[in-house]
Design a protein around this ligand. Structure first.
Ligand code: NOJ
Length: 475
């Protein structure tokens, strides 16, 4: 294996920068904080970090509403901090992967501000606009992923604009060549700085049906998530033309030395469709497989997903596995009912399946979801769906040590989201304990890593393996 293939045998660690480490006492994690924790990540044995968006954003969807794709949100730092992070990470053999959000911008992005200024504006066609139906209703039946309709009327210009997520996240029009060219520039901007690749937000959905046809309404035959949504996302997402864009980006990524990687958020919940995002080795390097995360925690169910995925992913492709992320309940709460033995089992399979594991920050210590009070909500989904808590419970600060601030922020400072029970599970305590989940995860990574020419760095102790034995009936 060459070093260009690092992503095939490495562990990718997802950092939610806002919650990883606060370095300036404002209660919000930042890039300097991530830099300060690189030694920990090196000790853990990970090969790359993927940072959720750090670019300028009014934070209506916590960074997934971008107002400037090439500048850093001041809360997190600046471009110099990114450069330092890349350099310092590189010194520790860790790559830095960023998040890119090509499906939509913020409604505060200058492109959209211009687009909505008049029908003749230069950027008008960069977004998806359509006339109302004769009765004034939206152009078609498309629904937003976050609930409600996917169209918002812009009264001054008399047309609706499309937003597959919040109204503050207008969808870009990927049929427009200028949009494509602009993203080439954005991608090169970051690749030129030494970013190792991108996690592509909504990778399956950026191109929309040119004729804006109605989505088919869900029927009893459809899987539960489709029935819940009410329609099949046939025309507002998952269009075949998205593959042209991904092929083009792959060529762009391959032109760099070492080649940059593309890790797609291919949220399709259907293994066959997911498999197509590898193309013939000319599209994504890694296509997230959400059927695994959404399967029940039983050996039979997970084995079925793995077997089907192995059949479907082309030989030129390579699987990627994950058990938690910033959008779903943490593995400890979702699958493991707070049971350390179960979480070790789940992490053991994550880290040893054929493919690349993506480990969500905090999972290595068995961090559980943190309950959030209504007044502490930050996530727009939680605000809309309360008393369903939304995604804040899985985005709370990393517990580095016991006591006030949990080592995440200064004692006495209110973190942007509440800390969980930092005394119960934290990095410091678990680092000192060779029988902890953290020690177990580190040992598994060290034992299973297969870097060319690199000696195995550790061995799993018998105790650790025994600790991983799952309770009967669950796996
Ligand atoms: C997927 C991201 O993971 C999620 O956090 C975000 O809200 C949506 N895409 C919209 O960008």
């Amino acid at each position: 294996m060459s070093s260009a293939d690092w992503w095939r045998h490495g562990v990718i660690y997802q950092v939610y920068p806002r919650s990883f480490q606060d370095s300036n006492g404002d209660g919000v994690g930042d890039l300097r904080g991530v830099i300060n924790r690189l030694d920990y990540l090196q000790w853990l044995g990970i090969d790359a970090i993927w940072l959720t968006p750090i670019t300028v954003s009014p934070d209506k969807d916590m960074g997934y509403d971008v107002a400037d794709y090439c500048k850093v949100q001041s809360l997190f730092g600046d471009l110099t901090a990114v450069d330092t992070l890349i350099r310092e990470a590189d010194r520790r053999n860790i790559k830095v992967v960023l998040d890119i959000v090509p499906n939509h911008t913020s409604d505060q992005h200058p492109w959209f501000v211009d687009a909505r200024s008049s029908r003749g504006a230069h950027h008008r066609d960069w977004y998806v606009w359509a006339d109302p139906k004769p009765d004034g209703s939206p152009p078609n039946n498309w629904l937003s992923v976050f609930g409600g309709g996917a169209w918002t009327l812009d009264p001054p210009t008399g047309q609706y604009y499309l937003h597959n997520f919040l109204a503050e996240q207008p969808d870009l029009n990927w049929w427009n060549e200028e949009v494509r060219d602009e993203f080439d520039r954005i991608i090169r901007h970051w690749f030129d700085r030494g970013v190792a690749g991108f996690r592509i937000d909504v990778a399956h959905g950026i191109v929309k049906d040119r004729e804006l046809r109605d989505n088919p309404v869900a029927t009893d035959e459809d899987p539960p998530h489709v029935r819940e949504h009410g329609q099949r996302n046939v025309y507002n997402m998952e269009r075949p033309e998205v593959h042209d864009v991904l092929r083009h980006w792959r060529q762009l990524a391959d032109r760099y030395q070492p080649p940059r990687i593309l890790l797609g958020e291919t949220y399709v919940l259907d293994v066959r469709t997911m498999g197509r995002f590898y193309g013939t080795g000319d599209e994504l390097h890694l296509a997230f497989n959400f059927t695994y995360i959404h399967a029940p925690f039983s050996a039979a169910a997970l084995a079925e997903v793995v077997a089907e995925s192995e059949l479907v992913i082309p030989d030129v492709g390579w699987p990627v596995w994950t058990v938690s992320n910033h959008d779903v309940s943490r593995v400890m709460s979702r699958w493991c009912a707070d049971d350390e033995r179960k979480v070790r089992c789940a992490l053991l399979s994550l880290l040893t399946l054929r493919g690349t594991p993506v480990l969500y920050y905090g999972d290595e210590i068995g961090m559980a979801d943190t309950s959030i009070r209504k007044e502490d909500l930050q996530d727009p989904v939680g605000k809309r769906r309360w008393p369903l808590p939304g995604r804040d419970p899985v985005r709370t600060p990393m517990p580095w040590r016991p006591g006030g601030g949990g080592g995440f922020t200064d004692p006495g400072v209110k973190p942007w989201l509440p800390l969980g029970d930092v005394d119960r599970r934290n990095v410091d305590d678990q680092r000192r304990d060779s029988g902890s989940t953290l020690s177990f995860v580190r040992d598994v990574i060290a034992t299973s890593r297969r870097r060319e020419g690199e000696p195995v760095q550790g061995e799993l102790s018998l105790d650790a393996w025994e600790g991983a034995v799952c309770s009967s009936g669950s796996t």
